[in-house]
Design a protein around this ligand. Sequence first.
Ligand code: ARG
Length: 577
Amino acid sequence: MADPLVTLAARLQPAFDAVAGRTGVDPVVRPSDRADAQANGSLALAKELGRPPREVAEAVLAEALKIANLRATLEVAGPGFLNIVVHDDFLADEIAAVSSDERLGVRSATPTRRVVVDYSAPNVAKEMHVGHLRTTVIGDSLVRILEFVGHDVIRENHIGDWGTPFGMLIEHLLDLGETEAAEHLSLGDLDGFYKQARAKFDADDTFKERSRARVVMLQGGDAETLRLWKLLVGLSTKHFNAVYERLGVLLVDDDLMGESAYNELLPQVITRLDALGLLQQSDGADVVFPPGYTNRDGDPLPLIVQKGTGGFNYATSDLACVIDRIERLNADLLLYVVGAPQAQHLSMVFDVARMAGWLAEPAQAVHVAFGSVLGSDRKMLKSRSGEPLKFIDLLDEALVRAEASVAEKNPDLGVEDRLTIARQVGIGAVKYADLSTDRVRDYVFDWDRMLSFDGNTAPYLQYAHARICSIFRRAEIDRTSLRNREPSIVEPQERALALAVLGFDSAVADTLEKYSPHRLCTYLYDLATSFTSFYEHCPVLKADEATRLSRLVMCDVTARVMATGLGLLGIDAPEQM
Ligand code: ARG
């Protein structure tokens, strides 16, 4: 366990237990501005024992002094806190342990779980919009973090590739001719294609009839119809893949698990619900009434699983999806990285799945919801022409803007380096801006802010990392030779940096506790600011030999935590900028 606060909590535990006269008292060790940390467990314990908190804290302190290897100085403060100052040599030991550890002190999860992460999920023949940016970036980071701590992660890209619109889309494809349609779609103009089909559908009754008949053929498994459908899906996924590649996310074709994949399971959802006696009729549709949902008039709200016409819908496929993930994949944690507007839909689906016994402890489903991306007018982000912003255009713009700012920061870079770094910085900036705000909140998309080399931004963190790499280029030293060396922690900035480095394990754990990558961002930002003040106060290359080596150990481990942490966010850490 690398985080000294976690270690200290464990070491202090017997002192609390002794005073309590029972085992398992939580010392409640938290970071603090007054000292390195504070143990606040005396407060709850005082209540339990009916004694004044300060007196309890004094008693705990007396017990703690008997602990041989505490390696921290304690002092009673305030109403009964214990201020903790960690000993320098303890920090030094812990840094050496983290530095020699490939995982940089991050503990493996126990027990590990099989986790399905449902993310990205754009719709076939529809443009990806900025909402898909959020799910893609947040989901991808969660996948990386879950894998890093050892969970067995299955990525699922639940694309919208099934349902009634495909009738009109296929008919439109036939009208255009396959080659022409392919050209149209391969330009990435998915929305244009969809809109044309929609317009014909609304204006032309024979087209409407053809579309309806086509859906029936599609669902009936007609070979030629399926071929045309596959063509459409293939053209769209090609476009999605181009976006994923540009964005640098893990999603590949093997992760595609669209709505169509559950087609066979849909009738089963109905028969199983029916056999369980959960199905009811409402306005001619088959529905389930999970308790606790009401509409505006206060009437119970149903989850519709089969329409009057016999068709299935989004809820049916999400129920099938729960069954598939639990029963076929044996997953015990289902994460849905989906926008906040779908909260009620998912909550009802999960409740119905629980009622049916499909989703039962220890298996869990979690809606990892997120807010909207806003323009500077605080309305939904739009392009200049007022159309919804195309995802791919946004990424293009990121590259152009990043190239300009990288060129300004370092005019000596060659063209090739500049382009590579601009890509890392531009994409990193877009991802980081998204990840660094608490996901449930909306955020304002602001190019200047996200590309700034100051503040809580990707370029600032990347620059901190690149700066350390440049120290090593000048130091002419093999970094790996530093990895089992103990630094000496003397200056306050060295202590602060050591504590920051050692907090990596907790930061990762906190991030997963709420599936909130912004916690990792906040941590990395603190690490970068700690490094900045360390570097300002503690000369590295000009110091005497022993100090120089000690500080190089701190530089190396800081850079590795930074690069690893950025990697967990899906962001590259260039070695020069
Ligand atoms: N395709 C949907 C959309 O674009 C998102 C699907 C999310 N996943 C799910 N299992 N419902 O809104």
